[in-house]
Ligand binder design. Structure first.
Ligand SMILES: N[C@@H](CCC(=O)N[C@@H](CS)C(=O)NCC(=O)O)C(=O)O
Length: 312
């Protein structure tokens, strides 16, 4: 197998979830630090439009969305699986709630006015307005990323209090061993903990703090920084996987071989266009050719994405 390449940036909570899982699995990987805002000149040739962070690359196979990335990492390195079969349906449902609704709550808490003091993103007016304009573009046409701060703060403390009670009785959110729910919950807490100006939000929750320390002790694996251009070159020289599968249940009426567009259902409505290579209840794979990166297979999870046919 070619080396894993993680496209991420240090401040990204969803990247932290993936870095921590790579640490838990004790893996070495390459990483490209991508810009926090558009343009992302070495990422767009690989994804064909998908702009969220993180993205994982293995040769000419590009994996979008941390939910799919975590499943792939667990599949590649199955020891100490974080998807125990006995709870996998409820774990995946709960991780999805955490990555969507609870992440939205955490964003409102993380960007409250006092959180912006000493924040490099808001260091000067030009940096602040570039960031705000970029995030307005990210959430254009969507209501899924914003929430009133006071409303969010109550939801945040409610979930933290319940988690604290649970973690008094249980080593991990998922039970005696960490599951995907622990990794999803951790990155939302880390988003708040990572900013000194608002870290005290977590102060009442001693059991959450102790659990966070255990989670953080997994580390981030062995990361080797590479350049974005190197990642594009690696993709161009590799051959994408050719696994092809038609959905056994044709719920969407779209067939392998059709020209399609795939994009998230929540925010970041930048479609990726190509030929549908694989369609299952869990995954969509779009085959596309890029001038710089060559022939690619771009993978998406089903959950959280929509697909449409592109008329000839
Ligand atoms: N559902 C996505 C959400 C990813 C997401 O929202 N990432 C944030 C950063 S943590 C993002 O893309 N922000 C805009 C950007 O990086 O351009 C996933 O699980 O990967």
């Amino acid at each position: 197998m070619s080396q894993i390449i993680l496209h991420h940036y240090p401040e990204s909570p969803f990247s932290e979830k993936v870095r921590l899982l790579l640490g838990y699995k004790n893996q070495a990987y390459d990483a490209v630090t991508i810009p926090i805002i558009m343009p992302k000149p070495y990422l767009m040739p690989l994804t064909g439009g998908y702009r969220k962070t993180p993205v994982m690359q293995i040769g000419a196979d590009i994996y979008c969305d941390s939910a799919l990335i975590c499943q792939l990492i667990d599949h590649l390195f199955p020891e100490n699986s974080i998807y125990p079969v006995s709870s996998s349906a409820s774990d995946i449902a709960l991780a999805n709630w955490t990555d969507t609704f609870f992440f939205r709550v955490s964003v409102a808490v993380a960007f409250q006015p006092r959180a912006l003091v000493n924040n490099a993103l808001f260091a000067d007016e030009a940096a602040a307005s570039a960031f705000m304009a970029d995030r307005a573009q990210l959430s254009a046409g969507s209501t899924q990323l914003s929430m009133d701060f006071e409303t969010a703060l109550v939801y945040f403390h409610g979930h933290m209090k319940r988690l604290d009670n649970q973690l008094e009785a249980s080593a991990f959110v998922g039970g005696q061993n960490p599951t995907i729910v622990d990794f999803s919950t951790y990155h939302c807490c880390w988003f708040i903990h990572n900013n000194e100006a608002i870290r005290d939000t977590l102060a009442p929750y001693g059991h959450v703090a102790a659990w966070m320390e255990v989670m953080a002790s997994f580390g981030q694996g062995e990361l080797t920084e590479i350049q974005g251009q190197t990642a594009v070159d690696i993709a161009r020289e590799a051959t994408p996987s050719s696994d092809s599968k038609a959905a056994s249940n044709q719920f969407d009426g779209i067939n392998v071989g059709d020209e399609v567009e795939v994009m998230p259902i929540d925010y970041g409505f930048q479609p990726v266009r190509g030929t549908l290579q694989l369609s299952s209840l869990e995954e969509l794979v779009v085959r596309r050719v890029d001038q710089e990166a060559g022939e690619l297979a771009v993978h998406f999870p089903r959950l959280g994405f929509q697909i449409s046919s592109v008329p000839d």
